[in-house]
Design a protein around this ligand. Structure first.
Ligand SMILES: [Zn+2]
Length: 371
């Protein structure tokens, strides 16, 4: 499958964006009112759509459907048409009026000096010359100063869109000169829907639970979700099943998850620890282990609180899995699930610093079973 899903399914319009609804709505309204700022800062985790939105916005401000003539005709001012000459040139990168700089690979002051000189030159064809500077926090101090000088008095015909995954490394002097948008992690439901659409368009067969698991493992990044799907599809001969997916990414089997779920509810530390040990022997990914365990307990909590939730789970969980969850949901109380979820959730950030990958989960088991 080539090109990779991530490139192939990069949203080309605001309407196709996955998540980031609030940001998209503000930008669309700015476009409609023609209140275009000269510098934007997009911060947030990787794979959440910063560069994608930047590119759509760059086309939208220059799109020929925005020209005065068309505006009288009431054409769409909020989104690029993706058909006109400028939209096409911007989309293919065949234009001198869109400059993309990846600060992670070109940190030098030379690039920024070139940029500083370049902004004085009027756009060749379009109304605005757009500079997208990705990973802007990687610029050197000198480069930041050069950028700052440009941002202090940006020429009318220039728009800067700065993107960063590490906002705290961007100097405050730069941040205050921009209109700042914070991109959030994309919700699991949005990710799952986006993956469903891709699978449909690709015409590939995938067990429905697969997409739910990927959406959870991807932690809010559409790029990660797409590349996991890519990888799994490449490794799979025919229909991609949940079992196969678990094998590829070291994700624990449902049976193991069910056993440990029950052990935790019964406060049986010995069995739970034995199962975790078994998991590490099988080289399971501890992050996936903990995430799917949390997923199980969230399902239980929701099932307990709202019997209608069953319908939702039915759409992607295998019947056998759902029925064993239902048994547990009936048997235990909300506070049991809440208590366990609390401890598992507290264990999650510890994965980053743990001496042994399985230690946070083991410690959580001790707390849960002792409480
Ligand atoms: Zn256009």
């Amino acid at each position: 499958m080539s090109p990779v899903l991530y490139r192939k399914y990069r949203p080309q319009s605001f309407e196709e964006m996955v998540g980031q609804k609030a940001i998209v709505s503000v930008l669309k309204s700015a476009l409609e009112k023609n209140r275009i700022s000269h510098a934007y800062l997009f911060s947030g985790p990787a794979g959440t759509g910063k560069t994608t939105v930047a590119r759509i916005f760059a086309r939208a401000v220059n799109c020929l459907s925005r020209s005065d003539l068309d505006r009288d005709l009431g054409s769409n001012l909020q989104s690029p048409c993706n058909k006109c000459e400028f939209c096409e040139e911007f989309a293919s990168g065949q234009t001198l009026d869109l400059v993309e700089i990846d600060a992670a690979s070109s940190r030098g002051i030379d690039e920024i000096r070139a940029l500083r000189d370049g902004v004085r030159v009027l756009p060749f064809k379009t109304k605005y010359k757009v500079y997208i500077i990705d990973e802007v926090h990687m610029l050197t101090k000198e480069a930041f100063n050069a950028l700052l000088k440009t941002l202090e008095e940006p020429p009318e015909h220039v728009i800067f869109i700065l993107a960063t995954t590490e906002l705290d490394k961007v100097p405050e002097t730069i941040v205050t000169r921009t209109q700042h948008f914070e991109f959030r992690k994309i919700g699991e439901e949005d990710l799952q829907k986006a993956l469903e659409l891709i699978v449909k368009k690709e015409g590939v067969k995938v067990e429905s639970e697969v997409l739910n698991i990927i959406a959870i493992l991807a932690e809010g990044s559409l790029r990660d979700a797409q590349s996991m799907l890519d990888q799994a599809l490449a490794a799979s001969a025919s229909e991609l099943g949940a079992k196969e997916l678990r094998g590829i990414f070291g994700v624990p089997e449902q049976e193991l998850l069910e056993k440990i779920t029950t052990a935790l509810l019964e406060k049986d530390a010995k069995t739970a620890l034995k199962l975790i040990h078994q998991g590490s022997e099988e080289n399971l990914d501890q992050r996936a282990f903990l995430k799917l365990l949390i997923r199980n307990f969230r399902f239980l909590l929701y099932l307990k609180l709202d019997s209608n939730y069953e319908k939702e789970l039915k759409t992607f969980l295998p019947a056998s899995e759902l029925s064993s969850l239902q048994v547990l949901a009936q048997k235990y109380q909300v506070k049991d699930f809440e208590n366990i979820l609390n401890h598992l959730n507290n264990a999650y950030p510890l994965l980053k610093v743990a001496y042994l990958a399985q230690l946070p989960l083991e410690l959580a088991v001790l707390k849960i079973t002792a409480s």
